[in-house]
Ligand binder design. Structure first.
Ligand code: G4P
Length: 554
């Protein structure tokens, strides 16, 4: 019936040692991020995955958080009141022998460079799409970061309980907009009020769902073979015929499931459902856990690959979250474990500082509650209290130090010039800005040829970063600042022998240098960027820059 049976297919792990005693721990890890545009249903799906994964009994508890997230000004207050928002980095739970780690990718006003960086800690991504809206701008940006990092992508098309685009049309849109082919793992039966369930192509079963009470609890599922004589009456003759025709079309003309193509980012397994009513969530979780990749070997700056089941512990810091509460200035550094076994209290090498440090009070985030972690393996994320010794991109390991390939700087989209309100505070201002830039809270650019200029240009991915920066300079460095928004929309790191800064000092572009003295051109519009690209075919316009040595030096 189906041409893409997948049960039992394993991702190729042949380049890893299978004799390691950590191999089974590694194989059971699924560390992923959900990428989507705001309002596609990420919060709802996350919660339903927790529900189906047995981590919560009743959905609905995340709702309040969402209302708060929408209000920018509330966010600060919220952070102040509860300290660090631990829930917004990673949630983990155990389900059927899998250790599931869901990384949060903030998407509303809290969309920031952290959202991109978080993807560097994921082994795969679930791209969530609103059936009525298709591929939206934020999804597109996050998709490109996943592609850049070589992360396989699974797709969940949401809100089938509402009318939306035709599923085949959506698959074409994925290909046209994102350049990725899709392989339907299930197929929807009806849409809007007629949405009844999905046809699971792997088992050949029609799964019909019963609407629960607003999706608070797991819904009942009826399962029927496609040739079951009762089926046409249950779903209606017209829908039955349409389903049969569409399945036939997919079997004949669709891409078969090929996990190697998925791993290469050429193909995305696609699922249809409705997170709100729970339709299709259970089968999606099961299939994703089975097909989703476990942690893979990670490359080092020296060109080696570190297998995740290696005996030697290693990991890197991908995010640092400062406590916004002035009474508790601590920070949490989030470490993605890449190999070996983590044990509470273990001593490791901090390569950049050339020091041995003890990881004393590591935190893990178990379905919304913090708990102390006793042991962890590749794929797991732990939070470390940071007395100011960590930077984004730091590698921590046992034995001889080495560095994982750096986390890039991502192209900012909002710009402002900044100066202290009181010029007598220039020194604190400079120090504060430098520290916060090193921490990755903001990117700082200087007018071309004027490194250290008194009024640098700030670049951020999400506007809230400006507010956070302003607040932290005030509370931690006692400097009030004046921010003046600048009308640029894009930044590109420039590469190529023929690059001349003066060519870009124009009405709609300007040339600045980043923290490491690398040339960066700022553009006022898409048009200005396209024009420059067309007129300078010999130059490269890069959307990311490697975090250089100077970025990581204190
Ligand atoms: P986000 O985190 O991606 O921003 O999205 P979120 O889950 O907060 O969902 C955004 C809106 O979409 C919410 O409605 C949510 O209830 C709704 N939603 C999520 N999944 C589905 C679905 O499968 N079907 C339908 N019909 N709606 C869905 P809201 O009105 O903004 O909030 P609320 O009043 O429902 O909380």
């Amino acid at each position: 019936m189906t041409n893409c049976p997948y049960r039992g297919i394993q991702i190729d792990m042949s380049n890893q040692s299978t004799t390691s005693r950590y191999a089974s721990e590694v194989q059971s890890r699924r560390t992923f991020a959900i990428i989507s545009h705001p309002d596609a249903g990420k919060t709802t799906l996350t919660e339903k995955l927790l529900l189906y994964g047995g981590a919560i009994r009743l959905a609905g508890s995340v709702k309040g958080r969402k209302a708060q997230r929408h209000a920018t000004s509330d966010w600060m207050e919220l952070e102040r009141q509860r300290g660090i928002s631990v829930t917004s980095t990673v949630l983990n739970f155990t389900y059927r022998g899998y250790q599931v780690n869901i990384l949060d990718t903030p998407g509303h006003q809290d969309f920031s460079e952290d959202t991109y960086r978080t993807l560097t800690a994921a082994d795969s991504a679930v791209m969530l799409i609103d059936v009525a809206k298709g591929v939206e701008p934020q999804t597109k940006k996050l998709f490109h970061v996943c592609r850049l990092r070589g992360i396989p992508i699974f797709t969940f098309v949401n809100k089938l309980d509402r009318f939306g685009k035709d599923p085949l049309e959506l698959m074409e849109e994925l290909e046209a907009v994102l350049g990725i082919r899709s392989c339907p793992m299930n197929w929807p039966i009806g849409m809007g009020p007629d949405f009844q369930g999905v046809f699971d192509r792997s088992s050949g079963q029609v799964l019909l769902f019963e609407a629960g009470r607003h999706g608070e609890r797991i819904v009942d599922t009826g399962s029927y073979g496609l040739e079951d004589p009762a089926l046409p009456d249950i779903i209606g003759q017209a829908q039955y015929q349409q389903l049969k025709d569409e399945i036939e079309l997919l079997d004949v003309a669709g891409d078969p499931l090929d996990l190697e193509r998925v791993a290469r980012g050429e193909l995305t397994p696609i699922f249809f459902g409705s997170a709100m009513t729970n339709f299709g969530v259970g089968p999606f979780l099961e299939a994703f856990l089975e097909l989703g990749p476990p942690p893979s070997p990670k490359p080092t700056e020296a060109g080696e690959l570190i297998p995740p089941d290696s005996e030697r512990f290693s990991g890197f810091i991908f995010k640092i979250q400062a406590n916004m509460n002035p009474a508790h200035r601590d920070r949490i550094a989030f470490l993605r474990i890449c190999s070996g076994r983590f044990e509470k209290g273990m001593a490791i090498r901090h390569g950049r500082l050339g020091k041995e440090i003890k990881l004393a009070q590591p935190q893990q985030f178990l379905a919304q509650e913090r708990s102390t972690v006793e042991e962890a393996y590749a794929g797991d994320i732990i939070g470390l209290f940071d007395p100011g010794i960590f930077r984004i991109g730091d590698t921590l390991c046992e034995g001889t130090p080495f560095d994982f390939t750096g986390i890039p700087r991502f192209s900012p989209e909002h710009f402002a010039s900044i100066r202290p309100r009181d010029t007598l505070k220039s020194k604190q201002f400079k120090k504060g800005l430098e520290q916060l830039a090193l921490e990755g809270a903001v990117q700082v650019f200087y007018p071309e040829g004027n490194y250290g200029a008194p009024e640098p240009v700030l670049g951020v991915v999400g506007e809230l970063q400006f507010e956070v920066l302003q607040y932290r300079l005030g509370s931690e460095y006692n400097v009030e600042v004046v921010l003046t928004r600048l009308p640029y929309e894009h930044a590109r790191w420039m590469k190529g022998a023929g690059f001349k800064p003066q060519d870009f000092q124009r009405q709609d572009t300007t040339c600045v240098t980043d923290h490491n003295g690398r040339p960066v051109v700022l553009f006022k519009s898409d048009w200005a960027l396209r024009w420059a690209e067309q007129n300078h075919p010999g130059l490269q316009f890069l959307t990311t820059a490697p975090m250089g040595l100077a970025d990581t030096e204190a």
